[in-house]
Design a protein around this ligand. Sequence first.
Ligand code: SAH
Ligand code: SF4
Length: 365
Amino acid sequence: MNNLNNIDEILAKSELNFDDMLTLINLTKQSDLEKLYSAAYATKTKYVGKKAYYRGLIEFSNICVKDCYYCGIRKSSAQERYSMAKDEILAMAMWAYKNNYGSVTIQSGERQDAAYCEFVADIISEINQATNGNLAMTICLGEQSEEVYQKWFDNGATRYLLRMETTNPSLYKKIHPNTPLHSFDNRKNCLLTLRKIGYQIGTGVMIGLPEQTPEDMVNDILFFKENDVDMIGMGPYVVHKDTPMGQTADDSTFAQVARFNFGLKMIAITRLLLKDVNIAATTALQALHPLGRELGLQAGANILMPIITLQEYRHKYQLYDNKPCIDDTPEHCKSCLTNRVESVGDKVGFAEKGDPPHFLKRLVA
Ligand code: SAH
Ligand code: SF4
């Protein structure tokens, strides 16, 4: 059987196995890739529709107690620090609400101290009250205790995004310092705790990390399936020069293109396997390709995370080099992204929370 027929056969299957996914993740020929992306787009159309939902991204502080080797705001970086005031954060959330975004994602560096956890709890209830519970909140604030997760949930947050970064424990060890703060098992337990509390759970990985193999990537997708996640936020690893990993990682154009293509293939294969979940076309895709997010939508993603962080803070929240949109305003990001969505034939789900059918099915099960 020639390769072409083999790919057609794989794409016609209703359930992919490990070897099928490995074949797909290794595709390089443009004509094969187009087949993969259009099959994933057809699956997206069938299971979640041709609609993209916005999650306005509020990056409210770059203070972080962790030292992940890849990240530009890690504790040891020389980056000047900021933390926004409550009224600034509330104003951004209200901007999203008034502009008919169905939800916001609240993100920062990681902190576990009581003052911070209380601050976040207050913000969540204030946003919830000011929007009558009509603005869905995704929290992306790393590892916390069960009590803290529960309190944030009780105050009105319903979704949590905690990326595993990689689901291979030995690779996880290589990209983090060897301290209890950076434990693979703890991160995984946090996901299980979030699920137990009742959050809609999201996870994801970085794609194209040094020493990450295609087999690792397939295992990442199988991890999403096994853990029954509702949303996936994953994107290519993008070098930040001023980090331990960034100093040695290959940042040639060739390496960047490979990471970008793996990013699109991961979206497409995840869509084919998981079908009815939400999948984000992340900003990191656009850092590597000017049309990155549009291509992400065409490869099966249905979520976009427009940055709504106030302009004055954007350049201080650079997890990686070449972060797009740092000179833009929220207004500009909204119209720019809406044009991008329409250019691929999708519509924006304005004023809709955009819960994935996967989550809704679990609620009635
Ligand atoms: N501190 C929280 C949330 C902020 S970081 C946490 O770590 O969960 C959000 C995400 O940024 C991380 O999960 C990581 O996947 C991503 N990230 C950090 N550095 C990156 C880089 N160099 N390239 C691509 N993604 C990166
Ligand atoms: Fe901190 Fe998150 Fe960056 Fe790790 S990835 S250093 S936890 S902001």
